[in-house]
Design a protein around this ligand. Sequence first.
Ligand SMILES: [Zn+2]
Length: 408
Amino acid sequence: MIPLACLLLIVAPPQVVIVTPRGETIVPIATERGSSAVAAPLLARPLGLSAALEGSRATVALGGAIFVFQLGAPFVRAGGVVYGLVGEPYVARDTLFLPLHWLADCVPRALGARYHWNAVATRLEELPVAGAVAAAPPPAATAPAAAPVPPPVGRPANAPNPLTGLRHHHAVVIDPGHGGADPGNPGRFFSGGLVEKDITLAVARLLRAELTRRGIAALLTRTSDTLIDLADRGASCRAECDLFVSIHVNAMPAGRSVERTSGVETYFLSDAKTEDQERVAKMENDALRFESTPTGGSRGPVDFILKDLQLNEYLRESARLAELVQDKAVAVHPGGDRGVQQAGFMVLTTARRPAILVETGFATNRTDAAFLGSSLGQHKIASAIADGIVAYLLEFERKLVAAPAGGP
Ligand SMILES: [Zn+2]
């Protein structure tokens, strides 16, 4: 029998309170998909929110801002900024559900002068706007100067994490390559009809679990079999993201010692120096042709890369991250060490943080494919990548301490 206290904890109805100058409304929190979400129609009246669903795209207007969601994708776009989300928007019983994280985190960040999230009371508070009519979104300039939203509680933690030794809060965006209409490489030696997009998602989920276990926040660019534009994947690693890792599976083209080539290699963004690096970048950038909105593609792949390479201020950090991840991955991989490589991957160009792409092995090699297709192999590679990330973050924290404050 379950003690009553526990039962209460289990069944206590989770809810969010919307507090506006017009009154208080209680909105239940749904957890049917694993993460907390709220039904958009229930926010319509208290917040004056409107939502439109068009195919897999949900457009939500709130407080003068437009938020564009993609069903099944853990991010939202607003005013040219991409915010990572815990959980994804979904439709159930003909109703659009939005991640609670969006309401609690993105709305106050995007509309800081207008909304405040009270995490303790699970309350979203709409701040009064002088002389404003509820339905008319006020221009930002006339909004009262509100205190900036404080950073999440416990952000800089000074006691080292007992598992990793890390002292600060860190967040990582993990990108499972391909998805939806884009299967990635066909996975010649994978069993059960698996293709690259299945392996990348499985490894990415395990990597998220491994990072979470180590006290590092981790977000996936996709958590299901959907296609996310290359530019959006990297863009989800900006403000509150320390680094970006894209997961892929390699393949050799027919003819060229196709079955003999094996091993793991880790890339950082730079121009390709060898034919092999060029081949891998071309293969991964090819995902562009599956994209429905040709935003990134219209610039042309070459232009895209050359232009953004100049903006890549994290070249040295990315190379170091690649080195540390590669070191750990090699130690568990049956296929051997193909080293740290560099090439022009579009998915890495939009990340404004150190960014790497791990080619976790070759689907065209029997040993690599068996390793990547197995639960044990996936666990091993995910855990190794997590170890590499921790090693990098430890170095990063040591540099923070060593850097003289206010020095030239
Ligand atoms: Zn790939």
